[in-house]
Design a protein around this ligand. Sequence first.
Ligand code: ZN
Length: 295
Amino acid sequence: MYRIGGIEAGGTKFVCVVANQADEILARSVIPTTTPDETFAAAIRFFRDQGGVEALGLASFGPLILDRRAPNYGALGPTPKPGWAGADLVGTFRDALGAPVALDTDVNGAGLAEAKLGAGRGLDVLAYVTIGTGVGGGLIVRGRPVHGLTHPEMGHVRVRRDPLDGDFPGVCPFHGDCLEGMAAGPSVMRRLGHPLNQATPDHPIWTILGHYIGEFCATLTLVASPERIILGGGVMSNAALFPRVRAACAETLAGYLPHPRLAGDAADYITPPGLGDQAGAIGALLLAEEAFRGE
Ligand code: ZN
């Protein structure tokens, strides 16, 4: 039995947990994300108060420097969050806790948790996508999140404009009308002036979002051939979106892929998460297990 720590590092809060194994959490502390110095110090204090940890996993907001050959490996990249660009996540915690530290994106952490313990258990290739304040996605292949040039940034792929959406320009500061610009929470706020869950059931926004997200699922299916696509995040907590997303995915694929899981209503192919809001912290603990094993 060994003691591991995990941090789900978000733009508004750091959720810190200590556990004996990934799904056996012993203690938890939620720390507001203020300055890096203050936030790191509070997190380090929590782990020390718990008697320390033998390894730590961090599932963090990004962008992150994940290239192990880079001199600034383990730091935050050019995030717009004031004061956080360049903050050294891995170095700070490794030095303070004297333990190995593993780092990945928040979405890869959550995807890893879903693949090992949630709605993707038993599958070799899983896609996990969160649609909330932004859109992020990870591909988990045989228990490992895919990394290459950098980490996937699938929230920024282009989608075809829905005629119902008029000339809405989208809200992504980089691309305007990419998926995130057209389907994340802020795009709904910009169009309606209120969140999605306050829209009437017959409002066209449901069809519009279903179209964008469903078309994206078809793209993901064609590119990566996942065995399941898990859709999480605040926008997807509106269950009424799922049938629309599945229908739009099927319409885009147009019967081209004759797999039984894609037939009918595809309810077993495009699914909600299994771990709810626990996925991030559990993912961080799974990363800690990898760090402990020296992977
Ligand atoms: Zn974009």
